[in-house]
Design a protein around this ligand. Sequence first.
Ligand code: GRF
Length: 234
Amino acid sequence: MSADRVHTPARLAVLASGGGSNLGALFAHFDAMPQTAQVVLVLSDKASAGALTRARERNVADAVIDHRDGAALVALLQAHAVELIVLAGYLKLLPAEVVRAYPGRVINVHPALLPAFGGHGMYGRHVHAAVVASGVRVTGVTVHFVDEAYDRGAIIAQWPVPVFPTDTADDVAARVLRVEHRLLPLVVQRIASGHVALDGDGRVRGVVPVPAAGRADEFVLPLFDVDASTLPSA
Ligand code: GRF
C-alpha cells in the first residue's frame, strides 16, 4: 500500500455481482492474517447476490449500489475508509470518478490470460466458452489494476490453467475458479503489505510470488489438477 495508507490492516471493499466465491476466498485468506487486510465493505449491483449474504453472515457492512452513480459510490467507500477496492466477479464498468478517486487502488480478477479473451462481453461463462471454441491449450487467471476501460489495466499477476481436449466450458470455469481463489488473495496480500503497487507512470512495481517451486506437486496441482504421480520427477 502506498505511503498514504492510514490503516493497518488495509481496509478492503469487495464488489461482486454473483455468488461471491472469490469474496469467500478473501475472507478465508485474511482470517489467517488479520493484521494484513480485512474486508470492511461488500457491495453489489444485484440485491440477490450471494456475495451480500456472505457479508451479512460475517457482520461485514454491505450495500446494493447503483453501478452508474460514481459520486454515491465514492462517498460510500470514503465513509468506510476503504483503501483498496477489489472487483471479484463484478460485471459492471466502474464509474470513472471511482477509478480517479482511487488511483492504483482498484484491482480486478479476470478468468483468462488478458489481453486474450477480455474486453466487452467477455465475462463469466462467455470467457470459457470462447476459450474452448478457440482450441487453445492454456488459459488462466489475470489480476490487474483497473482503469477506465474494462480489462485494460496494468497486469499484476497471471497463473496458467490447462485446457484439455475433452473440456466443456464448465470444466474450464471450475478449474480456473480454483486458481482465482488462490491468486486473488495473494495479490491483495502483496498490495496491502506494500510489496506491489502501481507507479505514477502506470507500471506495476513488485511481483506476486507463486507457491515455492520446490514443492512441484503443490505448485502444479492447483494449476493443473493432475495426479502428482504423473509428474516428472523433480
Ligand atoms: C466467475 O466466473 C469468476 O471467474 C469471475 O466472476 C465469476 C463469479 O465469481 N471472476 P464469484 O464466485 O462471484 O467470486
